[in-house]
Design a protein around this ligand. Structure first.
Ligand code: UDP
Length: 364
């Protein structure tokens, strides 16, 4: 079979890495799978793209559509035009998309209009917040998907509720966690560990990139200042997403214990998360990784598309009102955070299960 794999933005690379590895393993055993890796270029900054290919040993993409930055519509349009050409020259039996970024949605539409089947990895998750661009991407992608690979029973239930037949839903676990478990022994202490004299469970990690948190200057300033205040003098390590950097650099945020840095590589970032007292974030992927590493996680949002990280894991939704987060910090400082368990099938074998299903579906 000819398979086209799509990746476009930072959280896609961790998801695509184990899938490629599982395909390569099957090819070695004689399976007839040819694949092309298409990078849409949605993220192009070295800090959000190139470095992950080296760190996670992902093969270089066969093509980079080079769409670059733009508004939601500009990026969607550029991806669709580039991907339509790609599929014209390299016809596929199946297009596999991962996650919920613009590339996920845009490539799904192009594939289906071209009569090609689509598999969606991380299908069925929903925050219920249509104000999030990702929620629109999820809804559109899942409305066109043929094979739904899911991470949780919540996702399975959402899909069933939408009328997706059970025969199309494949509960396989979480490919992001495949990468985490594989890379854990390689996590790398960043140089700032010694520079800032960090020690385990004695600092916070902060990430912020959702429009709802980072697009209004005064709200962003108050949120970050509130977090630093409640961190009680412990260092707050803040690898700043380029989207956030644009606004943050205009704010006069000189706080002694706040350490703003460029986004980190995967191995250094997760070294810091693993050893942190807690991670404070609005990222979906980080809540999953924190859950698996049993690190307390505060999510600066009022909803999540990954409720299992709260129901089973270490995650708590704390909203984004700086006045209201104090109580959650008190719990943490008092050592009363839940330890959390690990959601079903988040065991490092999700990608193998996906490729096994492909073998059956396509009779390989
Ligand atoms: N990540 C990273 N360096 C950083 C911040 C995050 O490697 O400085 C990783 C993190 O471990 C996770 C992924 O980026 O694997 C999450 O991506 P992001 O927060 O951009 O997307 P989301 O999960 O919110 O869709």
């Amino acid at each position: 079979m000819n398979l086209t794999l799509v990746a476009g933005a930072r959280p896609n690379f961790m998801k695509i890495a184990p899938i490629i590895e599982a395909i390569e393993a099957k090819k070695k055993c004689g399976a007839d799978i040819n694949y092309r890796l298409v990078h849409t270029g949605q993220h192009y900054d070295e800090h959000l793209s190139g470095r992950f290919f080296d760190e996670l040993h992902i093969p270089r993409p066969d093509i980079n559509l080079g769409v670059g930055s733009g508004t939601q519509a500009e990026q969607t349009a550029a991806i669709m035009i580039g991907f339509e050409n790609e599929l014209k020259y390299y016809p596929s039996d199946l297009v596999m998309v991962v996650g919920d970024v613009t590339s996920t949605m845009a490539c799904t539409i192009v594939a289906k209009k071209g009569g090609i089947k689509v598999a969606h990895v991380e299908a069925g998750i929903r925050s219920g917040d249509i104000g999030m661009p990702e929620e629109i991407n999820r809804i559109v992608t899942d409305s066109l998907t043929d094979y739904f690979f899911t991470t949780s029973d919540y996702a399975n239930a959402n899909l069933k509720g939408l009328g997706v037949p059970e025969s199309k839903i494949f509960f396989v676990g979480n490919v992001m966690i495949d990468t985490l478990l594989k890379q854990e022994p390689r996590f790398k202490q960043p140089t700032l560990w010694n520079d800032l004299d960090l020690s385990p469970k004695n600092y916070f990690v902060l990430t912020l990139h959702r429009p709802g948190n980072v697009d209004a200057p005064q709200a962003l300033k108050q949120l970050v200042a509130g977090i630093v205040k409640h961190s009680k003098g412990l260092p707050v390590i803040f690898p700043v997403h380029p989207r956030t950097e644009k606004l943050l650099s205009t704010l006069d945020l000189n706080l002694d214990t706040l350490h703003c840095l460029k986004p980190l590589g995967y191995l250094e970032f997760n070294y810091l998360v693993k050893n942190a007292l807690a991670v404070i974030t609005d990222s979906g992927g980080v809540t999953e990784e924190a859950t698996v590493m049993h690190v307390p996680c505060m999510t600066l949002r009022t909803s999540t598309e990954r409720p299992e990280t709260c129901a089973i894991g270490t995650n708590v939704l704390v909203g984004n009102d700086p006045e209201k987060i104090e109580h959650t910090f008190d719990l943490l400082h008092a050592g009363q955070w839940k330890t959390g368990g690990i959601p079903e099938l988040w065991d490092g074998l999700a990608a193998e299960r996906i490729v096994d299903h492909l073998m059956t579906i396509f009779e390989l």
